[in-house]
Design a protein around this ligand. Structure first.
Ligand code: 5AD
Ligand code: SF4
Length: 402
């Protein structure tokens, strides 16, 4: 979501005739888009702002914007108190009003073209935000507080955005939202929205991120089974393998229900790759709970997993960590090693199989299951091709175009 917001902000600057620079010395404006999902992210944002003091001193006419979730959590007053050289603070809830702040600070736009450029990914892939915020109440999570309850964009606005990005060259669309499959329109279900996006001419692949296990239904599995343009990949955060912890986290499903869902999805889309998120060291997590998380890695056959140490968020102080830092660290290392071993196995299972690859260069692309794929020449950038996988090294498959 933050990457997508950053791109929208960059597009707003472009509409005013600005270009992006990596060189701080050349910059007339700097935007720090902050995250606060874990304390470490917030700390990084704060020190980044501190480092900009020098830039502002050297260029007093330069504009410094602090935006996003940490800006929302800390508030304009606290940020300006600590960093008086900041020009404007725009919290995550007001992120769509960023353009107004921009006009106020920089004057009206000299240009009116609508341009878009990916900042973080292949030019073939475009993000389309379909919802903002989250209406769930996972115990550990600060997102609902800083981004507010779920708000769904209209089907019309989503289709217009997707069509414009395809016209500008995108071959792959990623629909975005905190609980993306909870989306619903006035008269449209999530699956119907997917069908409409899939029907846009020129689109080669559709992904969405991140779904929540509670919101899948049979119309979705039917669509997945019937439409190969829908990626054979899903990032489906599970957080823990222990029913006791899942309940404390208020995730709304059990381990068995989660695994049942995986089975159903893989029944509809054989070979579906699934990645996930884990939190380690949740308050009260016992060795037994942790072992259940470990065993879930293999049982879920995850292609990849992000592992996070539990980070108490200040609004939820009663949820202080109960494990010592070295103990959490030790579990994290075990978890990371298990994920690594499992990812290798899952990757190796692809050897000898055929993958649908969207090529970014002649020799590099991404499989439908989101695996990186290398071939010796022959792919066409922007085009899909079948690749017979011959081997795997580190995180990459290699093979030849059929
Ligand atoms: N501590 C650690 N990890 C967290 N996440 C969200 N909140 C916290 C927290 N307080 C993780 C979850 C989520 C991912 C985006 O960040 O795993 O899926
Ligand atoms: Fe946070 Fe995701 Fe739970 Fe929403 S569903 S509260 S964003 S972890």
């Amino acid at each position: 979501m933050n990457e997508a917001d950053s791109e929208n902000i960059a597009a707003a600057f472009r509409r005013r005739g600005y270009t992006l620079t990596e060189d701080l010395k050349k910059a007339d404006a700097v935007v720090v888009n902050t995250c606060t999902v874990r304390q470490r992210a917030e700390d990084k944002a704060i020190s980044q702002i501190g480092r900009l003091r020098k830039w502002k001193l050297a260029k007093p006419e330069g504009k410094l914007f602090i935006v996003g979730c940490a800006a929302q959590k800390l508030g304009e007053k606290e940020i300006k108190n600590r960093f008086p050289f900041v020009d404007e603070v725009v919290g995550a809830k007001a992120i769509e009003k960023f353009e107004d702040s921009l006009i106020a600070q920089l004057g009206p736009s000299p240009k009116s073209e609508t341009t878009h450029q990916n900042l973080f990914r292949s030019p073939l892939t475009a993000y389309v935000t379909i919802m903002r915020g989250c209406s769930l109440k996972c115990s550990y999570c600060i997102v609902p507080a800083v981004r507010g309850p779920a708000v769904f964009l209209s089907a019309e606005a989503i289709l217009e955005d997707a069509a414009a990005k395809i016209k500008a060259g995108a071959k792959e669309i990623v629909l975005l939202g905190q609980t993306v499959n909870a989306w619903r329109g006035a008269k449209t279900t999530f699956s119907e929205l997917l069908s409409k996006v899939l029907a846009l001419p020129g689109l080669q692949r559709l992904r969405f991120m991140s779904p929540h296990p509670l919101y899948f239904d049979d119309t979705f599995t039917a669509l997945l089974a019937g439409n190969k343009k829908l990626a054979r990949y899903m990032h489906l955060p599970v957080q823990s393998g222990s029913d006791r912890i899942l309940k404390l986290m208020r995730r709304g499903y059990t381990r068995a229900q989660y695994l049942g869902l995986l089975e159903k999805l893989r029944g509809a889309a054989p070979g579906l790759a699934v990645s996930t998120d884990f939190i380690v060291g949740y308050p009260g997590e016992t060795e037994e709970d942790f072992q259940e998380t470990l065993s879930l890695i293999e049982e879920g056959r995850f292609s990849m997993a992000y592992c996070f140490k539990y980070s108490p968020r200040s609004d939820m102080s009663e949820m202080a960590a109960t494990m010592s830092e070295p103990d959490i660290e030790a579990r994290l290392e075990i978890l990371l090693a298990a994920v690594k071993t499992n990812s290798r196995l899952v990757l190796n299972e692809r050897i000898g199989k055929i993958e649908e690859v969207l090529f970014e260069t002649e020799t590099y692309g991404r499989a439908s299951g989101n695996f990186a794929v290398r071939v010796k020449a022959r792919g066409t950038p922007g085009k899909m091709a079948e690749v017979l996988v011959a081997g795997a090294d580190k995180n990459t498959l290699n093979g030849k175009v059929l």
